[in-house]
Design a protein around this ligand. Structure first.
Ligand SMILES: [Cu+2]
Length: 191
């Protein structure tokens, strides 16, 4: 389904909901009830109908969308992920591959503003900062933000990402961190 189609569908649902609410308000304003007790009874009846519609709607939405949650446990095995430590500092990104289960030997050497990763594997970025807060933003070549987490001193935030095919990706700092903020630009080559 294209983005335009999704937007169109969402607009249609919103319009139908607004029309239904307007109709309900108009209809109920025309109704003259005899006593407050009768009103009370009718409100309780409506509440049961409303509860039923909400329950069915929410259950259907959950059933249709649960499989699409972007969490790794739903799609692949996090234990098999490549673990990359990412440290933001004024003003560069330092990468270190801590674990690469698919490879017997690999270099644990640190690289600066550059990282090489294999494609079609789950990657766990363990993101932290050596000084102030930075923002770890992962972009594709077209400049679309694919994932992000904050790089905070004293904390490790995890970002799971699966690079489906080879290509060049970029990491940009998403939080103004000082005069050299714009220099925090790293390249990830996925092979
Ligand atoms: Cu920054």
């Amino acid at each position: 389904m294209t983005t335009e189609l999704k937007a169109g569908l969402a607009t249609l649902i919103a319009v139908v909901a607004i029309v239904l609410i307007a109709f309900f308000l108009w209809h109920s304003s025309r109704r003259k009830s005899a006593t407050p007790k009768e009103d009370h009874k009718r409100i309780y009846e409506l509440r049961i109908i409303y509860f039923f519609i909400l329950t069915v709607g929410l259950a259907a939405t959950l059933g249709a969308t649960l499989q699409r949650l972007p969490y790794p446990s739903y799609r692949s095995n996090p234990a098999a992920a490549i673990i990359v430590k990412v440290t933001g500092s004024d003003w560069l990104w330092t990468f270190q591959i801590l674990k690469e289960p698919q490879k017997g030997t690999y270099s644990k050497a640190k690289t600066y503003n550059r990282l090489i990763l294999p494609s079609d594997q789950l990657v766990e970025f363990q993101v932290t900062s050596a000084d102030v807060n930075h923002g770890f933003g992962l972009y594709n070549k077209a400049g679309v933000l694919l994932g992000q987490t904050q790089a905070m001193p004293g904390f490790v935030n995890r970002l799971y990402f699966h690079f489906p095919k080879p290509g060049t990706y970029y990491v940009l700092c998403l939080e103004y961190c000082g005069v050299g903020h714009q220099l925090m630009h790293a390249e990830i080559n996925v092979k």
